[in-house]
Design a protein around this ligand. Sequence first.
Ligand SMILES: Nc1nc2c(ncn2[C@@H]2O[C@H](COP(=O)(O)OP(=O)(O)OP(=O)(O)O)[C@@H](O)[C@H]2O)c(=O)[nH]1
Length: 688
Amino acid sequence: MKRIYELSRELGVSSKKIIEILSGLGVTVKSSLSSVGEEEEFMVRSTIEAENKVEVSKETKKEEIEKVEVENKDLQKENATKVAIKEAPELATKEKETEVIEEPKVEEKKILYISDGMTPREIAQKINVKESEVIKKLIKLKTLATINQALNISLIESVVKEFGYEPKLKEEESLTFEETEVENVADLQPRPPIVTVMGHVDHGKTTLLDKIQKTKIASKEFRGITQKIGAYQVEINGKKITFIDTPGHEAFTAMRARGANVTDIVILVVAADDGVKPQTIEAIQHAKAAGVQIMVAINKIDKPGAQPEKIMQQLTEYGLIPEEWGGKTIFVKVSAKTGEGIDELLEMILLLAEIMEYKANPKTLARGLVLEAKLEKNRGPVATVLIQKGTLRVGDFVCVGAASGKVRALINDRGKRLKEAGPSTPVEILGINMVPEAGDSLIAVKSDKEAKLMAEKMLNRKKELQIQRMKKPTLSCFVQGTDLSEVKELKLILKADSQGSLEAILTSLAKIKEENVTISILSSGTGGISESDVMLASASQAIIIGFNVRPSNTALKLASEEGIDIRTYRVIYDLIEDISKAIKGLLPPKYEETILGRAEVRQTFKVPKIGLVAGCYVVDGKVTRDAKVRVLRDNVIIHEGELSSLKRFKDDVKEVNQGYECGISIKDFHDIKENDIFEIYKLVEVAC
Ligand SMILES: Nc1nc2c(ncn2[C@@H]2O[C@H](COP(=O)(O)OP(=O)(O)OP(=O)(O)O)[C@@H](O)[C@H]2O)c(=O)[nH]1
């Protein structure tokens, strides 16, 4: 949130001008003291930027058009082949009548192949204009959109026509459902905020969620029955709040890694008799990476040892400064046990929601997100869906992930049958033909046929996404294949063996300066690289940097599934040099390691002439004689080197597989202890 006068100062234009622009966008503001949200700020910025833009000269434009034409020819060729291969009359392209193209007046018609769900950024790249130009045209079309927002097909058509192109749908993308409707501001109405509770183990997340549900629902309900459907709503003075019932940042980040960001507000629970703990910090980092609002609930204030002031003090270190100390974070003292402070907490959530103005259009076909799904004996596939926009009604045709069907029944968190469910409502839906996955989207459509086609497309998209998920950023490929004029953000997650080295790394990183690149540290901490780090990297497109630490077995496995680049270093200089090179695009596509396996030391014995031999058990993968080895003790690297011998009983062998025992000795290293882990790896060249 920013006040108009602050924005006016930043942009060097008058507050009046900003108010005018906003009013043109349908946003009413009272005065220069009023605040605007990020989206409005973005729109104002792009409008001013677009206005300031000098007209592109005719020559440049001509060049650009020629470039697009070459691209078009290629695309036409590609398209023709696809048509020939795949005849699908029911998917017939919904082609709009060619419109007369007025501007720019050059040569023949310029065809631009478009597909549903393109974003303003993709359109800008395709027609070689600035993103702000596209946003400007969208504003002209009375549409607010961010650069990465998927647009519906008719809007894409209108926008590219604005640029003087004749839009044509790509054959395989020709389904006519609306991918993401861009809302008309006038249709948006306030919706209940969606809240997730996070915090350290045992700080009282579950108790708090239960207490809120019990006090605010059960006592007032007829039979007092509440059921767990993954989320519930409470009502305070006629205003609703939606709580996601799966506390913790793991579930939150796992959803985000799948592209699903549902939460508006995170309630960070910290026990007043304990303090800020590792998972408190993790939760802050995960919530910040997701860009959601954080509110603090200092819990267990009924306990004799409660020291709420201490918690407030501790949290300032993480940028959460209470309002009463001049900061922006709302802190509420509560007891999930006695119920003290809970009303205030709920009021504060509503206040924050009012300031943030969470809105959605209730009038369109519904869109939602699956929180949970299961197969039930007498009910068939059941999915709990959180409606994000539109209204879902019994009888609506829906596609839910790869499933489809007609909504047979809608049941709310109190077990009550509903006829319809609007934005932010969690509902169980019955009537779909299979069990979808958590994180899948629900899309209501106009017909059964459309629902089935959509489900098929969703299935294909899921497969594509899986492939895309493997294409996570890597350090070597950081700047390659990207437009250098664009500001790039290198997102890092840092783990080190000690606080001292962590600070040294952070200080050195802060000194790296490169135009158009910003380095963001999403999280940093001491200890081995955990699954939670990998999930955060996956959800935020980040790279993990480890200093003298290694990933745990499960983190390693997850990283390979998610395609996360984990870089580990033993010398700070090397770490900093790699990052400096990466952001300059100088880091050569280098050798990266492939982990072959891990062996656990079960016992050690001294052998004359050879030295110390470790009797090992191969717990994962394999050990090969010519590979490199890293000795780990509690996931901290003790040594890196090479094997000097690999034996099965008395014989030298080339490799030993998982599940077998072997004797390993390491070149020039004898400080081996029982339970040490030998990580066996080799170096392979990687291409971007
Ligand atoms: N005295 C007191 N005890 C509380 C309060 N809130 C929770 N507890 C107790 O603290 C313990 C942990 O609470 P949980 O709600 O299970 O904590 P959690 O954060 O959900 O824990 P995990 O699910 O393990 O992450 C339980 O024994 C609760 O009864 C409180 O406000 N006051």
